[in-house]
Design a protein around this ligand. Sequence first.
Ligand SMILES: NC(=O)c1ccc[n+]([C@@H]2O[C@H](COP(=O)([O-])OP(=O)(O)OC[C@H]3O[C@@H](n4cnc5c(N)ncnc54)[C@H](OP(=O)(O)O)[C@@H]3O)[C@@H](O)[C@H]2O)c1
Length: 322
Amino acid sequence: MKAAVYDRTGGPEVLRYADVPDPVAGPGDVLVGVEAVSIEGGDTLSRAGGEMGTAPHIVGYQCAGTVVAVGSEVGGFAVGDRVVTVGLDGSHAELRAVPTPFCWAVPDGLSTEEAACVPVPFGTADDCLFEFGRLQAGETALVHAGASGVGIAAVQLAARAGARVLATASSDDKLARLAALGLDDGINYAATDFVAEVRRLTDGRGADVIVDSVGGTTLQGSLRALAYRGRCITVGDAGRDALEQLDVSTLRPNNQSLTGYFLGAELFLSPRPHAVIAGHLADVAAGRLSVVIDRRFALSEAAAAHAYIESRQAFGRVLLVP
Ligand SMILES: NC(=O)c1ccc[n+]([C@@H]2O[C@H](COP(=O)([O-])OP(=O)(O)OC[C@H]3O[C@@H](n4cnc5c(N)ncnc54)[C@H](OP(=O)(O)O)[C@@H]3O)[C@@H](O)[C@H]2O)c1
């Protein structure tokens, strides 16, 4: 099969389009003919400096397509089914083998491309806001990088739960587009001090729940922007400047918490998030939640697609089409 691979981590230019051996479906796996790859934030970070299990390495968490073979122990999926899949790597390819607990049927009425964009961002955003953040109606949520995959999902989920939604982004244009998805107040964190702005917008209270996928100095600011009893969930390092030391001294006097979150662990250890994500797929199919696709590149142009994402122009997802 063809795949976008790299032999060493680095900039987008390390990606090359190559022939590699087809993956083989194990007894509990489905083999999927990939039709749409959603490039996740973690994919660009993995390519830049993540672990490489193999060389050449096929990066990528999430893709969707049609089942072309099933393992001997697989029930519930058959050849011809449309599915969306999640794994630690292997999405940037024409074929992917995945165990069925990391596979969802694509509901009727939902395009394969849209389905490709759902599980990781929506599952992550939902867990950060509710399972770990315990967000309640009437509370204030702050979503960092609101125009990102996780951000667009979190803005919508927080808004429909009846929370007041604040979000940051690096441009006013991105913030303007988030208004249609449920954003109440946008903060351009390239132009203003977001901590002061959160305090101003909340009459000094701060945010009850913060979903922080940016990390580094932004995460330090998030701890300063929490309300009394506020909950900050650290979920990523999209800012690429992880701090060596985080000052947590403001948490204790204010009964606040900082929680780490990793969707992969939840999916491995419990059937709960699989069902939550199936609900998101049904909601997107029914128009109750939206997926935003920014643009498409051919799989052979994966390097250009990664470079475009890292230029920070994208609003929502960038797809690769094999
Ligand atoms: N722990 C988990 O289970 C889990 C699950 C999903 C995602 N994540 C992590 O969450 C983060 C976001 O994922 P995503 O899929 O939402 O990402 P994404 O769609 O690629 O968006 C990343 C966002 O980060 C912001 N950003 C800030 N500094 C940046 C920089 N130096 N370079 C590029 N972008 C920068 C950009 O927004 P602005 O330009 O507006 O700042 C961009 O929209 C990633 O670190 C990912 O690994 C973790």
